[in-house]
Design a protein around this ligand. Structure first.
Ligand code: FES
Length: 139
């Protein structure tokens, strides 16, 4: 009778440890597989206008995605999604050509996001912004 009580107690201990181990191992997997909740980027972002020289691009995280602000060589500001419309790679800024180049399949975009070449089916999405008192407010 005493042995049966011990067996039951040990069985409960082993079951409890198994459940705890499974939860500890499964939680990171579930977190990895769960869809993003939009975290990781501000809904509004302020960038000092003086931070950007003509011809330069500034990449940043906006609303959970990669975005870019450029100041063209003619001084025009443009804010775009940096996510390629082909398969979602992040485009790179090629200052010498004043173009965006997608490293994945060679998609090319102009400073206003228009497709210049490669497989992307649509232009880069524009992001609204305002300029007040020397600050660029994105979003
Ligand atoms: S993902 Fe950009 S060209 Fe394919």
């Amino acid at each position: 009778m005493e042995n049966e009580g011990r067996r039951k107690f040990l069985g409960v201990c082993v079951a409890g440890c198994t459940v705890a181990a499974a939860a500890a191992a499964g939680y990171p997997v579930l977190r990895y597989l769960a869809p993003r909740s939009g975290q990781g980027g501000a809904a509004k972002l302020v960038i000092p206008a003086g931070e950007l020289k003509e011809g330069d691009a500034k990449f940043f995280e906006f609303a959970g995605s990669s975005a870019v602000l450029i100041k063209t060589s003619s001084g025009q500001l443009v804010a775009l999604s940096a996510v390629c419309t082909h398969l979602g790679c992040i485009v790179q800024w090629v200052k010498e050509k004043q173009q965006f180049l997608c490293p994945c399949h060679g998609g090319q975009f102009s400073t206003d996001g228009t497709v210049l070449g490669g497989p992307p089916p649509r232009p880069l999405a524009k992001i609204p912004f305002t300029v007040t008192e020397g600050n660029i407010t994105i979003g």
